[in-house]
Write a protein that binds this ligand. Structure first.
Ligand SMILES: *Cc1c(COP(=O)(O)O)cnc(C)c1O
Ligand code: SF4
Length: 345
């Protein structure tokens, strides 16, 4: 996920949140952005908030309240909290960690379009997210320069239409489900009108962090396109999948989209056999197939999340000995220049 730390700027003009009555939009507007408030709500040491303020740099704290509600009050080591609370360690410069470890800027084939792999093109539709994950590989990605703007998207659609090798369009970002249903529908219709495109994939953390985003109209958009649809959600810990998320995933399943999950292996968050096994089981019980378990992409400020490769391999081997095959995610690392994600183990 990518020079100079820039705020992931919204690529599309900011949504007029107040005028949209959708509950998820109100919840997003009400998300916690102040570290002090987060510490107060959770009843943890307020000095962590001072540290967080100093550590955020250009990537601020952002976390929806429904996600905070799944954290354990009083526990500064809560695995969900660790994913969002800026820590002083982020400011340390560590050899091997850079701004764009995946060389995504080099893979931009047209504004907002990243084409690295055969048959698939990834469209950056917005730089914004509903949550700022501290380990995010695109935390330094220069969205504005990448062309992820409304004009850029139009250009990208033209580029997709001109390239008959593209069979699958992946909506990514940022989080593509931050587009409201009206914009999303227009985009899906445009993509669906390109004859050689067969599949639509959406990479989104919203069904997990803001389950109200799974509206009836979203389900209808996915159900009504002629494209085969795949939704890849992103959960890292079983505690992220509470009853509200399981319901949302059930609604999504009604669209007949294939539901997959990708996780990042994160020290202190999910680097244990029990946690990973429970995550897989809860995903399966929610109708979601574990797809990828990513080794951390080495972006600035994330070194404290890294799990050494030998540890990752051992964990993955134990997972294979514990779970049915379909519940074992592929352990992968993204290596710039390779024709696919590299499978390990
Ligand atoms: C990860 C990624 C994809 C999707 O890869 P799959 O192995 O098909 O999931 C496509 N394009 C880019 C640029 C990616 O980084
Ligand atoms: S939701 Fe995804 S893109 Fe957004 S901050 Fe988290 S990891 Fe990064």
């Amino acid at each position: 996920m990518p020079a100079v730390p820039l705020l992931p700027a919204p690529l599309l003009p900011p949504q007029p949140i107040a005028s949209h009555g959708q509950r998820w939009q109100r919840e997003l507007a009400d998300a916690v952005r102040d570290p002090l408030e987060l510490c107060r709500v959770l009843g943890i040491d307020l000095s962590l908030a001072d540290q967080a303020r100093l550590a955020t740099g250009a990537f601020p704290l952002l976390v929806p309240r429904s996600f905070i509600a799944r954290m354990q009050p009083g526990d500064p080591g809560d695995p969900l909290l660790l994913q969002v609370l800026p820590l002083a360690k982020e400011q340390e410069s560590v050899a091997g960690f850079s701004a764009d470890p995946l060389a995504e800027m080099d893979a931009l084939t047209s504004p907002g379009l990243v084409k690295k792999y055969a048959g698939r093109a990834l469209l950056l539709v917005t730089g914004a997210c509903a949550i700022n994950c501290r380990y995010c590989f695109r935390r330094e990605f220069p969205y504005a320069e990448s062309g992820a703007t409304q004009a850029g998207i139009q250009e990208a659609i033209v580029a997709i239409a001109a390239d008959a090798t593209i069979r699958e369009v992946i909506l990514s970002g940022g989080d593509p489900l931050l587009l409201d249903d009206e914009r999303l529908e227009k985009l899906v219709v445009k993509i669906g009108a390109i004859p050689h495109v067969r599949r639509l994939r959406i990479h989104s953390r919203l069904p997990i962090v803001l389950p109200q985003r799974v509206t009836d109209s979203l389900v209808a958009i996915l159900a009504n396109t002629r494209l085969a649809t795949v939704v890849v959600v992103h959960a890292n810990h079983p505690a992220e999948l509470d009853a509200s998320v399981q319901l949302a995933l059930g609604r999504l399943a009604a669209s007949r989209a294939i539901l997959l999950n990708q996780s990042v292996l994160l020290a202190g968050v999910n680097d244990s056999l029990d946690t990973l096994a429970m995550l897989s089981e809860r995903l399966i019980e929610s109708g979601v197939v574990p797809y990828y378990l990513h080794l951390l992409d080495r972006v600035h400020g994330t070194a404290h999340f890294e799990v050494p490769e030998n540890v990752a391999l051992a964990l993955h081997a134990s997972l294979r000995n514990t779970l049915p095959g379909y519940a074992v995610p592929r352990l992968v690392r993204e290596v710039p220049g390779e024709p696919a994600k590299v499978w390990l183990g």
